[in-house]
Design a protein around this ligand. Sequence first.
Ligand SMILES: [Cu+2]
Length: 192
Amino acid sequence: MGYLSETGNEIYREATLAVKPLLIIIVYVLIGLLPALANTGEGVSPHAGVSEKSSHNFIGSPSDDSLVTQEIEISIRETAAGYMLFVPDVIYIKKGSTVRFVITNTGAMYHEFYLGSFEEIQQHEQWMRSHPDMSHVDQNAVAIPAGETAELVWKFSVETNLEFVCLIDGHREAGMWGVIIVHDHVSGSTAR
Ligand SMILES: [Cu+2]
């Protein structure tokens, strides 16, 4: 699901990197095709309905506040040098834990916390480049306006490495990403 538009975007991106006239013509043809691809519904966004997809299970699932076994606090910081950071940016979680992330935005800008696999986030970023005004809030993401705190409850049922990121244009490049390591033998504390 969503492969049509992803493939379209990839072709589009590759093509726009080239400068040969023939390729430019191909780009125009593809631009004409993109709306048709987007109209296939789920092709609109790689993360549309992401939580309902079976392929999403490997990153875990949304869960209820009453089932939380661990709370992890993350703060978002903007530095004078222009970096935007999640602190901590490496988090260890024991498999089977239901975690409440409490994310506080200490900066002056709007940020988001998006949880996903490295592959999913990469696909999402490609899609984002052509939809910069899109908000990414889904069951695996929360919006955190400046000065506010938001929570996300997630059950980690599979041993895996995941990524959390702010998908606002340029923020990942400014440092807004981190890694979650889900293993069966960690103590469940956060660490750097
Ligand atoms: Cu951000």
